[in-house]
Design a protein around this ligand. Structure first.
Ligand SMILES: *[C@@H]1O[C@H](CO)[C@@H](O)[C@H](O)[C@H]1NC(C)=O
Ligand SMILES: *[C@@H]1O[C@H](CO)[C@@H](O)[C@H](O)[C@H]1NC(C)=O
Ligand SMILES: *[C@@H]1O[C@H](CO)[C@@H](O)[C@H](O)[C@H]1NC(C)=O
Ligand SMILES: *[C@@H]1O[C@H](CO)[C@@H](O)[C@H](O)[C@H]1NC(C)=O
Ligand SMILES: *[C@@H]1O[C@H](CO)[C@@H](O)[C@H](O)[C@H]1NC(C)=O
Ligand SMILES: *[C@@H]1O[C@H](CO)[C@@H](O)[C@H](O)[C@H]1NC(C)=O
Ligand SMILES: *[C@@H]1O[C@H](CO)[C@@H](O)[C@H](O)[C@H]1NC(C)=O
Ligand SMILES: *[C@@H]1O[C@H](CO)[C@@H](O)[C@H](O)[C@H]1NC(C)=O
Length: 579
């Protein structure tokens, strides 16, 4: 039970608007109240606990049973907040549990607050499905002395009973929990959240008022609105075949203004033989991109995995490696300084730690600082897989991601560095866990930094196109996401996982999804007829538009350019028509 007196003071001392937005938080699916801070008292359960019985523990431990060994009991904080604890644990899974029924196709959002009696450890929520299979649904780094928010979820791929329980590796500590919530959503509800959010964060309402020169309304004018450049970066990877394959060029240029080179800027590509740098291909690709108005993310200065270094690196002594790495950094960042929109600096430094093993725990942070000083205006990204796509992987969980991010940001020399959150978004087999994805984006978004999906793809499978669409819509609708690059392409360019066009450049079902979304999110022309007051009201995706207004009776015609952005103003565009 939360401290009601405090809540009242909060409400009385703040404006009515806060009350309104408080209500919106409840009905809106995107959790703007998500926090990565460890706080003195937990917030109330999201969705009032959803289908969880006794989510705030104001009815003692009703609805909860002990899982495994140990004992569970209710406890009360000095401020009067009641919560549950598991004591005398002997196994990681020893905790408290509650049974729920999961329904096939339903998306379940989970959240809860945790604290440990000592130290700090990863706590995971585990769904024990159908009496046996354990599915992890989210992770948090819980600590002693304050409460940390775990957010996650599960998408049920069949109907069954499930037991919700919790895991913490160190069984000698007490596990405390409060404000537990599991909220079901149908696919339809989920989609409607996405559409509402897209309306709010990606679009603005625009009014055209068509009149004669003397400002009398002109009824029946046709307004044709054609997007020339979308504001939201929705791009696609590119590889060296772009230099030689004309069909690939045509295919790419017709669709995308943002890209990442799959391999061509990597160290193993630009310095295959030690000391013989060769940027011929990367340079030519950058030239092609520039000629076609395509912005490029730099990928990647270093890669933190042992087996993805240039082959010769493994023969170097630590000092030789330090020198070679310094040269690499200086070479690639100086070469492309100011020409890229992002750098992936130390790729996959949550799963891998090649450089940390050689040079200490702060080496990633040091490389970020060096890159920043060589190219101070370009946003420096972390870039990791499984952070939003796989709830079973705690190494790259949003909580761990944020821990590393904070380390880098507080390292001397990175103050003021523009930083971005890169989540690759390589989705594997099976139904994508959109609840986990949204929870992860909420948590990462709480840092205030821009999030990009940097390498979105979906493993080949019967529902690939459908899953790709769900994932892209989820990303596009999330307010914290500021760009999406897919690691996909046509078969002729060697793409095998998510192929958008077959060997004859005919769209695959996934290619149809991408084209549909490009069209829906902007480039498809919109046509409207002015009403009797000469007015056209329309909601437009942020972007640049060519607008043509014609009036069939008078044969008046006028062209104008409109840039629609967040907070678009003025929201009425007067179009005065004359012969
Ligand atoms: C309970 O603890 C004992 C001794 O540590 C262990 O052998 C047993 O597997 C535990 N039971 C469960 C359900 O974890
Ligand atoms: C926890 O374990 C200790 C010692 O092993 C025991 O004295 C105590 O009674 C146990 N507490 C509960 C609530 O079972
Ligand atoms: C759930 O468990 C029951 C009994 O063990 C089994 O018959 C059934 O096939 C299981 N369902 C699924 C979807 O695995
Ligand atoms: C359901 O998902 C779980 C975990 O995500 C997976 O292990 C299992 O194979 C899936 N089952 C079906 C029937 O798709
Ligand atoms: C405004 O101009 C139009 C076209 O010239 C004319 O038909 C209309 O009567 C004018 N309205 C007024 C109020 O002068
Ligand atoms: C550099 O790479 C290009 C493209 O692969 C190749 O044609 C060229 O011979 C290379 N240059 C040297 C000096 O190896
Ligand atoms: C890493 O950097 C932090 C400060 O950001 C510092 O406290 C810590 O001691 C450093 N670790 C090592 C091994 O130098
Ligand atoms: C609109 O912008 C385009 C460039 O995108 C330019 O060529 C054109 O002249 C502009 N039209 C008007 C009416 O300003």
């Amino acid at each position: 039970m939360k401290v009601v007196a405090k809540l009242c003071i909060f409400l009385f001392t703040t404006s009515y608007l806060v009350l309104i937005s408080g209500l919106q938080v409840h009905s809106m699916p995107y959790d703007y109240s998500a926090t990565t801070e460890c706080v003195k008292e937990p917030k109330r359960a999201q969705y009032e606990g959803g289908i969880i019985v006794n989510p705030e523990f104001d009815q003692n431990i009703k609805g909860w049973t002990v899982f495994g060994n140990g004992t569970i009991q209710e406890r009360t904080s000095n401020d009067g907040n009641r919560f549950i604890v598991a004591i005398n644990r002997t196994q990681p899974l020893d905790s408290f549990s509650q049974k729920v029924q999961l329904k096939k196709g339903i998306i379940y959002t989970f959240s809860a607050w945790f604290q440990l009696s000592e130290g700090s450890d990863i706590v995971s929520v585990v769904f024990k499905i159908n009496g046996s299979e354990l599915v992890r649904g989210g992770h948090v780094i819980a600590k002693q002395g304050c409460w940390s928010l775990l957010k996650g979820g599960i998408v049920a791929n069949f109907s069954s009973s499930a037991e919700i329980l919790f895991e913490s590796e160190n069984p000698t500590v007490e596990l405390w929990a409060d404000s537990v919530s599991l909220q079901p959503f149908t696919i339809k509800q989920w989609r409607s959240h996405q559409d509402k959010s897209i309306e709010r964060v990606r679009k603005s309402k625009v009014r055209f008022q068509v009149t004669h020169l003397n400002e009398t309304a002109l009824e029946g004018a046709t307004v044709v609105i054609k997007q020339t450049k979308p504001n939201f970066p929705f791009g696609c990877a590119m590889n060296k075949y772009i230099l030689t394959n004309y069909e690939y060029q045509k295919w790419f240029v017709a669709r995308f203004k943002y890209t990442t080179f799959t391999n061509e800027m990597k160290w193993y590509s630009t310095e295959q033989i030690q000391g013989q740098e060769n940027y011929t291909i990367a340079d030519a690709m950058l030239k092609f991109a520039k000629e076609n108005g395509i912005s490029v993310r730099g990928h990647t200065i270093f890669w933190d995995c042992t087996n993805l270094q240039p082959g010769w690196v493994k023969f170097l002594s630590p000092n030789e490696l330090r020198e070679a790495a310094a040269k690499r950094m200086n070479s690639v960042v100086s070469r492309y300084n100011g020409q890229l929109i992002a750098w992936d600096v130390v790729n996959e430094n949550l799963h891998c730690h090649f450089y940390e093993d050689k040079f200490g725990e702060n080496i990633s942070a040091k490389y970020y600082s060096t890159a920043y000083h060589l190219d101070p205006k370009t946003t420096m990204f972390m870039n990791e897989y499984n952070t939003i796509e796989y709830s079973g992987d705690h190494f790259a969980s949003p909580a761990n991601y944020i821990r590393k991010l904070k380390e880098i940001r507080k390292f001397p020399g990175t103050a003021g560095m523009p930083m971005g959150i890169g989540v690759q978004g390589h989705f594997a087999w099976g139904v994508p866990n959109l609840a986990y994805m949204r929870s992860g984006l909420d948590l990462l978004g709480a840092t205030g930094l821009p999030i990009w999906l940097t390498e979105t793809s979906v493993k080949a499978q019967p529902n690939q196109a459908q899953y790709l669409e769900e994932i892209l819509r989820e990303a596009f609708s999330h307010p914290a996401v500021q760009g999406i690059i897919m690691f996909v392409g046509p078969a002729q360019a060697g793409f095998r996982g998510t192929v958008l066009a077959d060997a004859k450049f005919q769209n695959t079902p996934s290619g149809d999804v991408v084209d549909k979304l490009i069209n829906e999110w902007g480039t498809g022309p919109k046509i409207a007829i002015a009403d009797s007051k000469g007015i056209v009201d329309i909601s437009l995706h942020h972007g640049d538009y060519d607008v043509t207004v014609t009036h069939p009776l008078t044969q008046y015609s006028k062209k104008l350019n409109v840039s629609v952005r967040k907070g678009f103003s003025p929201d009425t565009i007067h179009v005065k028509m004359h012969a």
